[in-house]
Design a protein around this ligand. Structure first.
Ligand code: GDP
Ligand code: MN
Ligand code: MN
Ligand code: MN
Length: 250
């Protein structure tokens, strides 16, 4: 398997045809997996906003002043307002905002980005990254597309790439029912391939001024495994989220 960045991608602006940008700059093959940083998907989809677009309501003002008190840093209530509007659930409001976005992804500040955004204050995540992935896929020779973002994680320092949406492939490879080297049957392993490829692509795309938001994964072989499209946990099986909600156990 091989990964490479698509060269010479310009600064992406609202309304740009991202699929055309990609297919014009890479000799794509049908079984390539094209990983696209959500930053450029968002730019193309016009998800650029200014703080002035989010007049803060009372809840946002309360959250911001609470955050300011806890962190000692100045917090703009309009940023808190933007996060609230992008979210369906607020999981933590101190010392940072951890929310579930409308499409099911849990992340800090609803994934709202302030880096690599030239003319605006804020870049919101794509509204429905799976649909974004499908739209790009329909217009390029490659059959598989993943929309990625760089994200922190609990329990470990450092960020890495994750999949926000994908098209043309299953999210996970299901190893259950297969056997290990000693013939023992695997009972629980469902491998999140889209996250693993997103992390690998993120390694190539970089985080700063590299200018390489699109990474092609070539010769990735799915193998003979069942697929699953489960990615974002439902509350019933999400014990960490239940703990955050103060779930009462028997
Ligand atoms: P995120 O992980 O989706 O939040 O995206 P990042 O902000 O980390 O950017 C990922 C990569 O895309 C980095 O190499 C950036 O320099 C690059 N990048 C971001 N926006 C653009 C753009 O509009 N054009 C180009 N060519 N590169 C960009
Ligand atoms: Mn960024
Ligand atoms: Mn981001
Ligand atoms: Mn990144």
């Amino acid at each position: 398997m091989e990964l490479f960045a698509v060269p010479d991608v310009p600064e992406i602006r609202p309304g740009d045809d991202l699929a055309a940008v990609i297919r014009d700059r890479a000799d794509l093959r049908e079984d390539d997996v094209v990983c696209v940083a959500s930053t450029v998907v968002s730019k193309a989809e016009g998800r650029l906003f200014d703080l002035a677009d989010f007049p803060a309501g009372p809840r946002a003002r309360e959250i911001a002043s609470n955050l300011e008190a806890v962190t000692g840093d100045e917090k703009d209530p309009r940023f808190a307002q933007a996060v609230l509007e992008e979210s369906v659930e607020l999981l933590m409001e101190s010392p940072f905002l951890l929310t579930e976005t409308r499409f099911g992804h849990v992340g800090v500040n609803a994934g709202i980005d302030r880096s690599n955004v030239p003319d605006n204050d804020l870049l919101l995540l794509p509204k429905r990254p799976a649909e974004s992935a499908e739209r790009i896929r329909a217009e390029i020779p490659a059959d598989r597309v993943i929309v990625t973002d760089t994200c922190g994680r609990p329990f470990r320092h450092g960020q890495r790439g994750v999949a926000l949406g994908w098209a043309g492939m299953s999210a996970s490879r299901d190893w259950r029912g297969e056997t290990d080297r000693d013939g023992r049957e695997l009972g629980v392993t469902v491998e999140s391939v889209v996250d693993e490829l997103a992390a690998a692509a993120n390694l190539v795309s970089g985080e700063g001024d590299d200018g390489t938001p699109v990474v092609v994964v070539r010769d990735f072989d799915w193998g003979d495994h069942d697929g699953s499209d489960k990615h974002f946990r439902e509350i019933e099986g999400d014990f960490v989220r239940q703990a955050l909600r103060g779930w009462e156990h028997e």
